[in-house]
Design a protein around this ligand. Structure first.
Ligand SMILES: [Zn+2]
Length: 163
């Protein structure tokens, strides 16, 4: 477990590379990890149910507060030896944490993109409003000129700088 720091923090790794690193660290296979499922006791405490390698039994892996370590109900576990059920449970837990973390990062990224798009859209909307305002002003000036001078309003335009 102490080495986990080294295997999962090496610079840019893909999610699947990091998952592979976790499986290597705990020397478990995909299938073994797939045999694990997280459950909750009525008292709120979590435990893992792990399907045995021969698909014939479920073992319970949980943290013992008395022993301060994981325990498993399989033969090896009952004899105080560590077993792959425990290793696979830890690996499963770490992989799920990693996935959760990646999802959050992804959501944050989506949020940022959404904010950026919103900023661009509001800027565009402001530009459009300003353009519409200027067009309206030009149109108002034109209407006023036509109301004042009739069709001559258009003839006078070239001289407007001299006024
Ligand atoms: Zn076991």
């Amino acid at each position: 477990m102490i080495q986990s720091h080294d295997t999962t923090s090496v610079s840019p790794q893909t999610l699947s590379e990091r998952i592979e690193a976790i499986k290597r660290e705990y020397t478990v296979t995909d299938l073994q990890v797939c045999h694990c499922s997280l459950h909750q006791h009525e008292n709120g405490r979590y435990f893992y149910r792990v399907l045995g390698a021969h698909f014939d039994a479920f073992y319970t892996v949980e943290y013992s507060q008395q022993l301060h370590k994981l325990t498993c109900t399989c033969m090896a576990g009952q004899n105080g030896r560590s077993c792959w059920h425990e290793r696979a449970s830890i690996a499963h837990f770490k992989i799920e944490q990693l996935r959760l973390h990646e999802r959050r990062l992804h959501e944050q990224l989506e949020d940022r993109v959404e904010h950026a798009l919103y900023a661009v859209e509001s800027a565009q909307a402001n530009l459009d409003r300003e353009q519409a305002r200027q067009e309206q002003e030009a149109s108002n000036r034109e209407h006023a000129a036509v109301a004042r001078d009739g069709y001559k309003a258009y003839e006078r335009k070239p001289f407007s700088l001299l006024r």
